[in-house]
Design a protein. Structure first.
Length: 162
């Protein structure tokens, strides 16, 4: 009786060698057939090459030249204040975000436009934005700057030493 229970326990728990197992009729069990391999996943499309202007998949209005007239600069100063940019950025020192002095010597106009208009996408797709996030540990919030406000904001930043 003990041998029967021991054998029953081994078979029920998957113990023993399947090549010597027998079925109810006493003949050897057929070897397990290998299952069909799962199809290989389709490779993801190649990652977009990101240049100094940032990912081209992030739209940014074309700005041939940053305005330099006093009216655009004054409007840009209003945008800077209204959007709360000064809470994180200063000219001449690092606050929470990077120092804006020399910004256009470090980054291209399209890159700056992209980080302002779509900061969440930039930190996912752009190596420089990822590096800034790793250094600063604070993501830039989306301040909902419009395409019309962007050139004026850039004019103000440039006028202050950006």
């Amino acid at each position: 009786m003990r041998i029967f229970l021991l054998t029953l326990g081994l078979v029920a728990c998957g113990g023993g060698d399947q090549s010597t197992a027998s079925n109810a009729a006493g003949s050897p069990a057929a070897p397990a057939t290998p299952s069909t391999p799962a199809p290989r996943p389709t490779p993801a499309p190649a990652a977009e090459t990101v240049g100094p202007d940032g990912p081209s998949s992030i739209p940014v209005p074309s700005i041939a030249e940053i305005p330099s007239d006093a009216g655009a600069i004054a409007e840009g100063e209003k945008v800077f204040a209204a959007k709360g940019c000064g809470g994180c950025h200063q000219f001449g020192s690092k606050l929470v975000g990077p120092d804006l002095n020399g910004l256009f010597a470090r980054r291209t106009v399209p890159w700056v436009g992209r980080i302002i208009l779509a900061p969440d996408l930039m930190v996912k797709q752009d190596p420089q934005a990822k590096k800034l996030l790793a250094e600063l540990m604070v993501p830039m919030p989306d301040q909902n700057v419009s395409d019309e406000e962007l050139p004026k904001l850039l004019a103000y930043i440039k006028s202050k030493g950006g």
